[in-house]
Design a protein around this ligand. Structure first.
Ligand SMILES: Cc1ncc(COP(=O)(O)O)c(C=O)c1O
Length: 416
């Protein structure tokens, strides 16, 4: 099996590469041509009238949609070629997870995260949100506690209730430089019947990449209180800070492995969330069996296009991803600079994801989301994430659109 691998710098250094003119060690050459790009993320893509959730919301209105977390970019060529072949074939029967897909995922998890995954640990899911809800049903009993740190991706707040569990919401702490886990507050909030912690890392919406030290401390907290961790790591391949690394919760210790359900997917990384292919990794047989029991008969199989796209992405999407990350880093710089200069708005540095969590409390609006919407920018409302006065901005879009949106926001806050 051959997969291309970008170096930590995001550039190819090895010779296991499908690009024919790069079959030599190119480390030094890349250093000389850092600006060279293969994928043009500035190229406009018209998503109107394409049944896109993101773009349908404001159909016919002059509102730029920077809300739900999908990006306005075409996916890697490797995915498109595979899907073209599938469509040409023309038979869309039930899908089966191929040995090759499992093989490439295990290889990627080992190469990127030093995580040796036994194929038997994988449980396939048509979406990560299903995984969060299944975890709530699989662990503990009705009315028991499920912890989540807020603000957080909205399904973390609704999944416990969907399973008749009690949400134990613990605010993250905003230090001057970053959002942090408030371990004192966690310890003060935990109850004897808290059985599950829903962790989001990298974190949506605050953009943190939790450090190994933070993860180790969190695992030891869960160990002390015998809490299972459901670790949503869907954004793990979207690390923007080059001095940060994603630490898979389950890898920090044998105790962590034993009590963790890891949720992952190629969907955010390669911009294929609509294709519905994701997976859980659960090394504990008893925990995995509980998870499988909770989903039995109600969670459909992953569809054939999603499975094909996932394999194509994990095999051939890495060069595209390296260029994407460079593009997102520049978008992030733009957002941080512009938001930082706007009266009444503030934000912390975004370490990962393509989402900016913006503090709009000073502009003193009951609904800052609605306020910006009336000024032509569609953002996600903070209350949905458990914290009012904030908005979330998705900068996974062409820079020209982002500039226009930021311009509109600047006008809005300056009363223009
Ligand atoms: C942290 C997190 N988990 C899960 C999801 C959604 O996953 P899926 O579409 O696979 O259900 C998102 C989408 O934004 C997310 O940010």
């Amino acid at each position: 099996m051959i997969i291309c691998w970008p170096a930590p710098s995001g550039r190819l250094t090895g010779n296991l590469c499908s690009r024919p003119n790069l079959l030599i060690n190119l480390k030094n050459v890349w250093a000389l041509v850092p600006a060279m790009k293969y994928f043009d993320f500035d190229r406009p893509v018209d998503r109107q009238n394409t049944a896109s959730l993101k773009w349908e919301k404001y159909k016919g209105q002059d509102i730029l949609p920077l809300w739900v977390a999908d990006m306005d970019f075409r996916s890697p060529p490797a995915i498109m070629e595979t899907l073209h072949r599938k469509v040409q074939h023309g038979v869309f029967g039930y899908g089966a997870v191929s040995v090759e897909l499992v093989e490439v995922i295990c290889q990627v998890l080992f190469t990127k995260y030093r995580w040796r995954v036994d194929p038997q640990w994988l449980v396939w899911l048509p979406g990560l949100v299903s995984g969060l809800n299944i975890a709530c049903r699989a662990v503990g009993k009705e009315h028991e506690g499920v912890m989540a740190m807020i603000p957080v991706y909205p399904p973390f707040l609704t999944a416990p209730k969907n399973s008749n569990r009690r949400l134990v919401a613990v605010p993250l702490a905003a230090s001057p430089h970053r959002w942090e886990i408030d371990f004192e507050l966690l310890a003060g909030s935990v109850t004897p019947d808290t059985k599950l912690l829903l962790l989001c890392n990298p974190h949506n919406p605050v953009g943190r990449v939790f450090s190994r030290q933070e993860i180790v401390e969190l695992v030891s907290f869960c160990d002390r209180h015998d809490i299972v961790i459901c670790s949503d790591e869907i954004h793990c391949d979207l690390i923007l800070d080059t001095d940060k690394e994603h630490v898979v919760t389950a890898t920090v210790s044998p105790e962590a492995a034993k009590r963790t359900i890891t949720l992952m997917a190629p969907s955010k990384t390669f911009n294929i969330p609509g294709l519905g292919c994701s997976f859980a990794v659960i090394s504990s047989t008893s925990l995995r069996n509980k998870f499988l029991r909770a989903m039995a008969g109600i969670v459909p199989e992953v569809n054939i296009l999603g499975l094909s796209a996932a394999e194509a992405a994990y095999r051939g999407g890495w060069e595209w991803l390296a260029d994407l990350l460079d593009y997102l880093r520049e978008n992030r710089t733009l957002v941080e600079r512009e938001i930082g200069s706007m009266e009444g708005l503030a934000m912390h540095h975004v370490e990962a994801t393509y989402l900016a969590w913006i503090d709009a409390r000073e502009i003193d609006k009951v609904s800052p989301g609605l306020f910006f919407e009336t000024h032509g920018v569609g953002l996600s409302e903070g209350t949905d994430f458990g914290l009012s006065g904030f908005v979330r901005l998705n900068f996974g879009c062409q820079r020209a659109l982002l500039r226009e949106a930021l311009e509109r926001m600047k006008k809005a806050v300056s009363g223009g």
